[in-house]
Design a protein around this ligand. Structure first.
Ligand code: UDX
Length: 421
């Protein structure tokens, strides 16, 4: 959806197709199917240009296209491996649309797939139903997306890099034409390298986050050390970029956990045991427990205590609770006998569906009323506006700041425990 909007605003004619009729109906009316800052106005603007339309007729949409992007999900199976059934089904349907196309077309895989998948799964599915041959009759590319939730529209409209993995030069040229107006770093590779770039990027960034989290835990173990100051000092070294070294209660979302698990599982299948990435995941699994430990250290047993989690989405600015560390955090607190109350500006309903045993409050004040402990889990910017008065209704004013986002000077009278603080 985000790329459809971005391409249309960039001057292309776009047909966005899906098997989900409800989504098509909503989107045609300018209503996004999920919360993403700036998406609704951008979608409405794109629709007004008349260059963007939505349709349930996939084959029909593909038939007249110069380029078709495959953007379907590649979710994790319970063992961490990736489920390619949606991608394969979509490629078959796209192939049907290609059958009646007269001109040369390029099919570009935007879904995140392991090295070799486009060749082994997508190519045969397209060839089988289209009756055409990749490289001779149509082009084939891998074009990973690097969108961040919360700034997806901006990331799609003004990317900082474009990676095109191509079967051959003609495919690469045809896909590059789509991005002609986009000024940024561009890299053309073979298909497998582009597939690996996406995993390598996410695995590295996830490892940076786990590194920062481990550093915060070490700082706490030594005491009187602020992890952000330490990172600031590290980043004086021109080889160290401080971005993604912000310690917290772990990484979540639709990409990092899934992609790291997938590359570890695939490595194992290929006979390689990844120790570093395995540790990245282990640190991430344990990190929400740091907040539980800090809370327990402050108030003793959590049995019978009312514990508030501020921020339920996997990061501020999003309503997405997929792999949010607030979920294992809430479950661990409940297991220790606490009553859990959550609050989030956008993710309350989604969280309730994941952890029905937890209460979800409509605002900060009612969440905090009569609470014994408050844990700040994610980084919504509004947490930095909170003052001691907001916590006045708590029974015991103990606050665990898992993101170092609260302003200490505004917290007089509150027992503030800061992770990595
Ligand atoms: C990520 C990648 O950034 C993006 O390029 C890719 O296309 C999809 O996955 P996203 O899942 O939207 O994007 O979130 P991101 O901002 O990367 O954050 C991922 C997780 O790491 C969040 O839970 C976030 O809170 C956490 N994080 C990030 C930290 O804890 N500390 C940091 O310094 C950065």
């Amino acid at each position: 959806m985000v790329y459809g909007v971005a391409f249309a605003l960039g001057g292309h004619r776009v047909v966005a197709v899906d098997i989900d009729a409800r989504a098509i109906a909503l989107l045609s009316k300018g209503k996004p199917t999920f919360f993403e800052p700036g998406l609704e106005p951008a979608l409405k603007r794109a629709l007004r240009t008349k260059r963007l339309s939505f349709s349930g007729d996939i084959a029909g949409g593909v038939q007249d296209a110069k380029v078709a992007f495959l953007c379907v999900g590649t979710p994790s199976r319970p063992d961490g491996s990736i489920d390619l059934s949606y991608l394969e089904a979509a490629a078959r349907t796209v192939g049907e649309g290609m059958r009646s196309a007269r001109d040369y077309q390029v099919i570009a895989v935007k879904s995140t797939v392991l090295p070799g998948t486009t060749e082994a799964i997508v190519r045969p599915a397209l060839e089988k139903t289209s009756g055409k041959v990749a490289g001779r009759d149509f082009g084939l590319c891998v074009n990973p997306e690097f969108l961040r939730e919360g700034s997806a529209v901006e990331d799609a409209r003004k990317p900082d890099r474009i990676v095109i993995g191509a079967l051959d030069t003609r495919s690469a040229r045809a896909l590059a034409a789509v991005y002609r107006g986009t000024k940024c770093k561009k890299l053309t590779t073979d298909l497998r390298t582009a597939e690996m770039v996406k995993y390598a990027t996410n695995a590295f960034l996830a490892t940076k986050v786990s590194f920062a989290n481990e550093l915060a835990n070490l700082c706490d173990a030594f005491g009187k050390l602020n992890v952000d100051r330490v990172v600031e000092g590290m980043a004086l070294d021109p080889r160290i970029n401080p971005r993604f070294l912000k310690a917290g209660l772990g990484f979540g979302g639709s990409c990092f956990p899934k992609d790291v698990r997938a590359i570890v599982a695939a490595g194992r299948e290929h006979g390689y045991e990844s120790r570093l990435l395995d540790a990245t995941l282990k640190v991430n699994d344990l990190q929400p427990m740091r907040a539980v430990d800090l809370a327990e250290r402050a108030v003793g047993t959590l049995e019978g205590k009312r514990v508030v989690i501020l921020g339920l989405s996997f990061k501020g600015g999003s309503d997405d609770v997929r792999e949010s560390r607030a979920i294992p955090l809430a479950r661990a607190l409940i297991q220790r006998g606490a009553t859990v109350v959550g609050y989030d500006p956008e993710a309350g309903d989604a969280f309730r569906a994941e952890v029905p045993e937890a209460e979800v409050a409509p605002d900060v004040r009612s969440a905090l009323a009569q609470a014994d402990v408050c844990i700040v889990h994610n980084d919504w910017p509004q947490w930095s506006e909170l003052r001691a008065a907001h916590f006045a209704g708590m029974r015991r004013k103990t606050v665990v700041d898992g993101r170092r986002i609260l302003r200490r000077e505004a917290m007089k009278g509150v027992e503030l425990v800061v992770l990595g603080g």
